[in-house]
Design a binder for this molecule. Sequence first.
Ligand SMILES: Cc1cc2nc3c(=O)[nH]c(=O)nc-3n(C[C@H](O)[C@H](O)[C@H](O)COP(=O)(O)O)c2cc1C
Length: 178
Amino acid sequence: MRAVIVYESVYGNTRTVAEAIAEGLRGARPDAVVRCVPVTGAGPEVTGSADLLVVGGPTHVYGMSSGPSRRMARLAAAGNERGTGGPGSDPGPGLRTWFRSLPKPLPGARGAAFDTRADMLISGGAAHGIAGRLTHHHYGLAAAPEGFVVEGFVVESTGGPLRTGERERAAGWGASLA
Ligand SMILES: Cc1cc2nc3c(=O)[nH]c(=O)nc-3n(C[C@H](O)[C@H](O)[C@H](O)COP(=O)(O)O)c2cc1C
């Protein structure tokens, strides 16, 4: 089995979840080749040979991130010690753009979608949009879209960290995909 986990992350929480999913997959399938890569490094040469493609990103404005939402996130991150961005920093391509050049999957390849989201009464989620794009690209879904919660409520404080126990839950979800 060749599994590739692709993530988009501004503050690092989605990356942490992606790495936990990779650990879970490796634990459940020691024979599997598992790669965990940021969206900027997930070209066709990485994704084209996957028989399991797991894709995750942060929830922005109730759904998948966009250019403006990533810019907002990076500006907020500039005033947040967890942040990696800064005013005027290049937000880079997000998952929406990345999906446009996703190559045809191998026959029978499966996909799975996850997101990170804040602890809000109505948080929305990016995972359903990601799952929809995976099926549009002819990946059969290996699991229902899943969300993992970061601490914080308002935009300025949604840099996390991940809620206690979410890392372990992500590893379990990864194992279940195997
Ligand atoms: C511009 C912006 C909009 C956001 N909108 C939502 C939202 O609608 N629902 C939600 O649950 N979280 C929202 N959040 C919180 C993000 O989901 C949170 O920052 C993200 O999960 C952190 O992931 P990362 O560390 O990988 O960037 C938003 C954050 C930003 C910066």
